[in-house]
Design a protein around this ligand. Structure first.
Ligand code: ZN
Length: 395
């Protein structure tokens, strides 16, 4: 398949981005349809850029001959992706509130306001306007890419003008911007994560770790995050005019109304699917309702449905019905563990020069450690008693 975010971004079915957004189900992919799509791709010159028009984003032959309904649903990555999406949206709203507080302080300077805050407020207002324009242009471009055949797209002057406009706007954004996490509310949210020992990977777009997402859902982290935002806001709004502080409080209340149900509903789904227990038909029916409840709530706000959210909505329940167990036993987590084990092995053969010898050594070690046949023949070391030791010495 071409890039994950392509027009046909789902491995399991033929839903496009538009179908995902409106929740429309499409027919499933299978080995026959994949091969047929690949044939079309080759017949049209194997151009990856046009694969969305020609081969529903299929650009390679299947690597393994296993039908799609036997492919494990990427449960771990669905969790990571959906939770991150929710957290990013919450953080972005908190960041907007942070910006407003600074902007207001600029127009209602108090004695406590320092030069740093004034400078930040000025830059923020300018950069915010630029970013909004860039966002609009990017949405336009993405729609054009999705809906126009590549031959037209390449000739389109509208596309070139939009790309040029984005480059210019990016240049005009000042470098020392008021970054997400620099304001009081987002900083308070970061502290809540730290307090609960939840890490975000600084070099991977602030992604979460699987176990930490599960932990966040277990303790319903949203209640802690919102409480931290409220107490920080109370401190920050003390020197703001009462009317304005009330307006901002209303915005914070809107945030609560939006994110508390969203996170809570997702927490229920996450805990009900991400385990290794068996499931009854009744339980699966309930999970189906929980998933629709969550995705319906998310759709209410007009956010686009990502491929991971689409998989949660359309493909998790059929998988549960088929295997009748939690996704913890089916998902890619075992694969991820093997990946980590191979990485550990690779460190021990770092000094070996030949790539082939390195690989053989890793595979041999792995086989020795995991093969039951080999393990059964390995003689376990006997625990020697002190008495045995003295005897053997005397002999
Ligand atoms: Zn699908």
């Amino acid at each position: 398949m071409d890039k994950f975010g392509g027009r046909y971004g789902c491995l399991f079915c033929h839903a496009t981005k538009d179908h995902m957004n409106s929740g429309i189900s499409k027919e499933d992919r299978n080995m026959m349809s994949l091969r047929e799509d690949y044939k079309q791709f080759v017949a049209h010159g194997s151009h990856e850029e046009t694969s969305k028009d020609i081969s529903r984003n299929v650009v390679r032959e299947p690597m393994v001959n296993i039908d799609i309904d036997h492919v494990s649903i990427p449960c771990l990555h669905i969790s990571l992706g959906v939770f991150k999406k929710l957290y990013d949206l919450l953080e972005s709203d908190a960041h907007n509130l942070d910006r407003k507080i600074y902007k207001l302080r600029q127009s209602n300077p108090s004695e406590e306001l320092n030069n740093f805050e004034i400078t930040i407020a000025k830059k923020t207002a300018l950069n915010e306007a630029c970013r909004e324009k860039i966002n609009k242009l990017q949405i336009d471009i993405s729609n054009m890419e999705d809906n126009m055949p590549i031959s037209q797209l390449l000739k389109s002057t509208a596309l070139t003008t939009k790309l040029q406009a984005i480059r210019e706007l990016e240049k005009s954004i000042e470098k020392d911007d008021f970054k997400v996490g620099a304001g009081p509310l987002t900083a308070a949210m970061d502290n809540v994560l730290k307090k609960h020992k939840v890490d975000r990977q600084a070099y991977h777009g602030k992604a979460f770790i699987g176990n930490h997402v599960h932990k966040c859902c277990k303790i319903n982290i949203i209640s802690h995050l919102i409480a931290a935002c409220q107490s920080t806001f109370d401190e920050q709004s003390m020197d703001l005019p009462i009317g304005i502080a009330k307006d901002l409080q209303l915005e914070l209340d809107t945030m609560k109304d939006k994110y508390i149900p969203l996170f809570s509903k997702y927490s229920i789904v996450e805990q009900k699917i991400n385990h290794t227990r068996s499931l009854t038909t009744e339980e699966i029916k309930e999970i189906d309702n929980n998933i629709h409840d969550f995705v319906g709530e998310f759709r209410k706000y007009g956010h686009s449905i990502t491929p991971k959210m689409h998989m949660l909505e359309k493909h998790v329940v059929p998988t549960l019905k088929r295997w009748q167990i939690g996704l913890g036993l089916l998902s890619e987590q075992g694969g991820e563990q093997i990946h980590a084990a191979f990485n550990r092995q690779a460190r021990s053969v770092y000094g070996v020069q030949s790539e082939m010898r390195k690989m053989i050594s890793i595979m041999r070690n792995h086989l020795t450690l995991t093969s039951p046949q080999i393990n059964s023949k390995v003689v376990k070391p006997k625990k020697r008693l002190r008495k045995d030791c003295t005897n053997s010495v005397e002999e």
